[in-house]
Ligand binder design. Structure first.
Ligand code: ADP
Length: 469
């Protein structure tokens, strides 16, 4: 083989900036499909080397993402230039291993390079038409029986999709009332449909039906994973808003009044039963005792527990017995491992599924409350010393929905907000949900965004029409 630059013909793999052979020395022979002749060999890598490549990409991520777009552009531009400069060799190499005519191979190199720096084609017009996905399905939870439906249906219907909604079994009436008003508003028949009944039977039909082009789900991570697997059968688009394990970091320089007010909203709203509810309070050493005392005081004096129809009540019951048992299990586990109860810590005297708003101190990372979503009115306070420790603790979970922190130092605000691996970050506020911002998570909290201009994209296809002039 004769290239202008023979070093382009490599028979090794590239991991972490090094050219390597397989750990076990194995190789794979590559043959010219036009002649049957052996072209060369490449390493036969396996799981171990792939793991190293993933680790290398992970280690390189902080540095690469921190570069300015301009700095990245300089390198990409150079790569583009080098592809074009070496077009002849690259095309020859491609024809040798792939078989396509040299002219086509040259064309592909230009095309490949174009993705690095897209040029403009003078004789083409590019048209992108946004089209509704079609029939969409929504499966929603009980903790926000109305908003979780309108959050999906609002975007879907605005985009021109139609929708089948399966509300949570505990809260069908809010859903049905929304449908009454939708009908009254003039929504044509069939555009919005409400289906109550057994989750399995309804779910199976939604999941397998080829006409359903998208599923938007809010609920547990366990169910979300199951639904995602099932959606593979018909390759449905998906939005999944799943569980969280929200940290609420209080730095030494926080405004204590604001932090306590934010803590009350983000922890005890809806009795702690929202997916963005704080699950873990990470409090810096210097402010820990003051924060614990003030939060306890606020919980005792401000959170009246009772039937939500009674005036002045700030906290209702938990949704069911299973929810109550989970809260009890988290508290018992923390106490058994050395945590202390500052207030609450047991079932409320009202009985049923009422639980006392609770504050726990001396909570540690080994306790259940650190790892699982409690989904109840329990505030566990962890202690930390250095900023990095707080960020590390905050990120040490498979979830990534909402995070909160309080600080008055502008540098710290940016540094921590960027370091938190979460889809949403509240800085000096405990309330972040709003229809004008994109709501959604990363990691095992799911993907897809709801609300704002980003939310509507989830219900649209971009159809590309290329017109030659
Ligand atoms: P939780 O009940 O704790 O809110 P789930 O994720 O189980 O969490 O429930 C959220 C929604 O998902 C509810 O509407 C529920 O009925 C629905 N759901 C649960 N299991 C399935 C399933 N197998 N198929 C379809 N929907 C399901």
């Amino acid at each position: 083989m004769n290239f202008r630059d023979n070093t382009l013909f490599r028979q090794q793999c590239y991991i972490d900036g090094a050219w390597i052979d397989a750990d076990h020395g194995g190789v794979m022979e590559i043959v010219n499909p036009a002649t049957g002749e052996r072209l060369g060999q490449v390493p036969e890598l396996g799981a171990g080397e792939t793991r190293r490549a993933i680790a290398a990409a992970d280690a390189a991520l902080p540095g690469w993402r921190a570069l300015t777009a301009q700095a990245r552009a300089v390198i990409l531009r150079r790569w583009f230039n080098l592809l074009i400069d070496n077009q002849e060799d690259l095309a020859t190499l491609m024809t040798l291993e792939q078989g396509k005519p040299l002219a086509e191979a040259r064309g592909e190199i230009t095309y490949a390079a174009s993705f690095l720096i897209p040029p403009h084609q003078a004789d083409k017009r590019v048209l992108v038409v946004k089209e509704p996905l079609g029939v969409c399905a929504a499966i929603t939870p009980w903790n926000f029986p109305a908003a979780m439906i309108t959050r999906k249906a609002g975007a879907a219907l605005a985009a021109g999709c139609t929708m089948v909604v399966k509300p949570a079994p505990q809260t069908p009436f809010s859903a049905l009332a929304l449908a009454v008003l939708a009908e009254r508003a003039g929504l044509p028949a069939g555009v919005l449909n409400m289906v109550t009944g057994p989750a399995q039977a309804i779910g199976d039909e939604i999941l397998d039906h080829p006409l359903v082009r998208k599923l938007s789900f809010t609920g547990s991570t366990r169910t979300g994973k199951y639904l995602m697997q099932r959606c593979a059968g018909t390759l449905k688009r998906l939005s999944l808003e799943l569980g969280g394990n929200a940290p609420f970091i209080v730095f030494d320089d926080a405004d204590l009044d604001a932090a306590v007010a934010g803590a009350l909203v983000s922890k005890y709203r809806n009795s702690g039963q929202t997916c963005v509810c704080t699950n873990r309070f990470l409090v810096q050493d210097g402010i820990y005792d003051a924060f614990a005392a003030r939060l306890t005081e606020a919980v005792r004096t401000q959170l009246k527990v009772g039937n939500g129809l009674e005036p002045g009540v700030m906290q209702g019951p938990l949704i069911d017995e299973a929810a109550l048992v989970k809260v009890e299990r988290h508290v018992a586990d923390a106490v058994a491992q050395g945590a202390k109860v500052l207030t609450g810590g047991r079932r409320h005297a009202l009985g049923r599924t009422f639980y006392e708003p609770t504050v726990l101190v001396d909570v540690t990372a080994e306790m259940l409350a650190a790892r699982e979503e409690t989904f109840g009115p329990v505030a566990p306070l962890f202690r930390f010393h250095k900023d990095e420790e707080a960020v590390q603790l905050a990120n040490a979970t498979e979830f990534g929905l909402a995070a909160y922190f309080y600080s008055r130092d502008v540098q710290r605000v940016f540094r921590v907000a960027e370091a938190l691996q979460y889809g949403m970050v509240g800085v000096n506020t405990g309330l972040i949900s709003t229809e004008v911002a994109p709501f959604g998570g990363v990691k095992e909290s799911g993907f897809g965004r709801e609300g704002s201009k980003y939310g509507i994209d989830e219900y649209l296809n971009s159809k590309y029409v290329c017109i030659g002039l």
